[in-house]
Structures are given as C-alpha cells and as structure tokens.
Ligand binder design. Structure first.
Ligand SMILES: Cc1cc2nc3c(=O)[nH]c(=O)nc-3n(C[C@H](O)[C@H](O)[C@H](O)COP(=O)(O)OP(=O)(O)OC[C@H]3O[C@@H](n4cnc5c(N)ncnc54)[C@H](O)[C@@H]3O)c2cc1C
Ligand code: SF4
Length: 345
C-alpha cells in the first residue's frame, strides 16, 4: 500500500485565513481541493508539500451564480453539480462536455473545477510510483536531472491534461487569484505557461477562487471533443474545444479553437479568426483542420503514437467544426464518432 508522506494539515474556515496560511508557509504549502490529483501524487512522492491547506470549509468558494455580465463559478465547485447545471449544459456546452468527461462519476463527485484547472502535467516517465522513477534515476520534473523524452533538453515537456482548461479558454473565461496581497484577474490564456514543471503563472501563495465566464450571447455555440483509450475514465490524449458566434444567416462573427493535451499548456489555433465574415464551408473547415494538425506537435510521452495523434487532430477539428455547423457528428467517420460518442446530452 502506498502512503502519503507526513505533512501538517490545516482547514481554514475563511478565504482570508487561507491566504494568511499560504503566505506564512512561504511556498511550502499546497492547496487541497478534492484531492483526486494531489493525494495520489503525494503517495507517489511526485509532490511532497510540508503543509497542506484544505479549502473544503470555505463556503464562498462553492457554487455558480450570475452577477453583472459574468457567470461566476467558485473554484471549489465539484464537477458533478456543474454537469447537472442547466445553464452550463445549454449555454456553455464545451464546459459541460469537458466536465462530464473528466475521470469517473466518483472522481467528479470529489474533483473540483479549480483543481482541474491546476491539475499537474502528465508524462509516461513521471506518472509512476517512486521505485519505478528511482530505477531510471528520476527525471527533471521531480528528483532527477534529465528529461527522458527529450534528453539534452533544458525544459520538461510533460503534457497539460486538464479537460476543462481548453474548453474555458475557448469560451473566453477568466480566473480570479487571491493572496494576502489582494486579488488579480487573469484571462485563462495567461494562467498557463509552456513548461511541464512551472505550468501555471499563478504565484505559489495564490489561491484560485473563481472562474468568470461572459454571459452567453445570442448566436453562440461551443463543443468539446476528447480522444482517449478507455472512454470510462482516461485522461485526454488529444482534445478540441471550439466556440463561435454566428449571425442568423450563419455568418461567423467570432471564433476560437483550442487544442488540449498536445503541449505543456493548451494551444490556441489563431487561424480560427480566418473563419470570421463567412459561413462555414467544407473548404474553410478543412483548411482550419489542416492548420490545427500542423500546430499539434505532441511528443511521445502519453498514450497512442505521436504520429497518429497528430493525424487525429485534423479529423477531430473537422468533426467539431462540422458539429457546430449543424452536421450530425455521427456521420463523420469512426474516429470522430469515437471522440464524441461519450458526450452526454
Ligand atoms: C483515475 C483518474 C482519472 C482521471 N481522469 C481525468 C480526466 O479524464 N480528465 C481530467 O481533467 N482529470 C482527470 N483526473 C484528475 C482529477 O481527478 C481531476 O482533474 C480533478 O478535477 C482535480 O480536482 P481536485 O479538486 O481533486 O484537485 P486536487 O487534487 O485537490 O488539486 C489538484 C492540484 O491543483 C491545486 N489546486 C486545487 N485547487 C486549487 C485552488 N483553488 N487554487 C490553487 N491551487 C489549487 C492543488 O494544490 C493540486 O496541485 C483523473 C484522476 C484519476 C485519479
Ligand atoms: S517530459 Fe521529461 S522532464 Fe518532463 S516529466 Fe517527462 S521525462 Fe520528466
């Protein structure tokens, strides 16, 4: 049996107290939300914080409410009620689909949206127990010096594997970060860094408190497609989040496309802006799918071969865009069917 290393535990009852505790720990503390990522990582000695600060007792970090022109979701809101929320299901479909496909029902009962956004990056050489990693002299991400995926590389290429980050990026979300020094708001793209170790731009003592989504406007639609080996609970090995706003004639007014699980952070496909000003056609969809496949440069450190994942990106992007156009995704071939067959609703 794997056991957690010893640590000091605190469960403050207010955000103010939690910020003070994080500050006094001086970078030695970790936030505990649902614990579905942190606790197994501690058992494997991938993360060994001296202090663990739980947010479970802080009521203001729970739930979702509309205030002004934003939907505000508390970082401690667990994924299960989020998936049941009609506003998310209907107006922020990409988030609903992403959250609904995280892990298993049990893990969605415990796992929070904030924890999902701060999820550790993943790699075949890292997601192993201590003895396995010791046998290869560890790696740069924890306890070692070399990157086994790209020996000679000065950086770690562990993969961003959160389902909800690409969806929230495509939906134009922001996050609120709180510390003893006050609050700051970051657009989701600024929360992530392209580095497998320092993958968050969050300062060590900052707590992610809320996720802010613009109130959905007329003509908006979004979708999230996820590729994984076992549909019952696997992490994504490739994901596509697409959002657009179209006028009544079907002309695209704004569009965002984001790839997940192909780098240490979600990857935006800037060429999506080329869709603006015209209706979606087979040609414009294929051109964007081609460009997305060019940008998707996965390394050989997760499931499936990297060449196949790269090719799959083209099919999945085309499928997701066709779904937004109104095509039946089940008519788009076996790979597309597989990526969306488990999407509920
Ligand atoms: C078998 C299995 C399958 C899984 N499959 C998937 C999957 O398909 N897709 C997926 O995305 N995830 C998956 N996960 C990972 C995990 O269950 C989810 O990502 C979950 O949403 C994490 O949330 P949590 O509240 O449990 O995070 P925790 O484990 O509590 O925290 C995760 C990390 O975020 C930090 N953190 C948490 N909340 C905050 C906050 N408010 N402010 C600052 N830092 C914070 C923690 O310190 C920790 O480093 C899987 C896990 C398991 C065990
Ligand atoms: S990408 Fe390299 S350094 Fe990063 S976890 Fe994998 S093997 Fe380790």
């Amino acid at each position: 049996m794997m056991r957690c290393p010893r640590f000091l535990y605190a469960a403050p009852a207010s955000l103010h107290e939690a910020c003070a505790r994080m500050e006094e720990a001086g970078g030695e503390a970790r936030i505990l939300a649902g614990g579905t990522d942190l606790v197994p990582n501690m058992k494997r000695r991938q993360q060994t914080p001296r202090r663990v600060i739980s947010l479970r007792r802080i009521g203001e970090l729970q739930g979702a409410e509309i205030g002004g022109d934003r939907l505000r979701i508390g970082a401690m809101t667990t994924l299960a009620p989020l998936v049941e929320d009609g506003r998310i299901r209907e107006q922020y479909r990409a988030l609903f689909q992403a959250a609904a496909q995280v892990a298993t029902p049990h893990l969605r009962n415990m796992g929070t949206l904030g924890g999902n956004l701060c999820l550790d990056t993943r790699c075949n050489y890292y997601d192993q127990n201590y003895e396995w990693r010791q046998a290869i002299s560890f790696c740069m991400k924890k306890d070692g010096e070399v990157c086994w995926v790209a020996p000679g590389s000065p950086r770690c290429y562990a993969v961003s594997s959160t389902d909800t980050a690409p969806a929230l990026w495509a939906l134009g979300a922001e996050v609120a970060l709180e510390s003893a020094g006050g609050e700051r708001i970051l657009p989701i793209p600024q929360l992530y860094r392209d580095d497998g170790i320092e993958y968050l731009a969050k300062k060590p003592a900052e707590i992610l408190t809320r996720i802010l989504l613009p109130v959905a406007a007329k003509g908006e639609s979004s979708t999230y497609w996820k590729l994984r080996r076992r549909g019952s609970f696997d992490f994504p090995v490739l994901s596509i989040a697409a959002w657009m706003r179209r006028d009544e004639g079907g002309v695209v007014e704004a569009a965002r496309l984001v790839l997940g699980s192909v780098a240490s952070r979600p990857v935006p496909v800037e060429a999506a802006s080329a869709l603006v000003g015209a209706a979606l056609t087979d040609d414009s969809i294929e051109a964007l799918a081609e460009e997305a496949s060019r940008l998707a440069k996965p390394l050989d450190n997760t499931d499936f071969s990297l060449g196949w994942r790269k090719k799959a990106a083209r099919h999945l992007v085309a499928g997701a865009l066709r779904e937004l156009r109104g095509d039946d995704p089940r008519s788009l071939g076996p790979l597309a069917r597989r990526a969306c067959e488990l999407v509920p609703g």
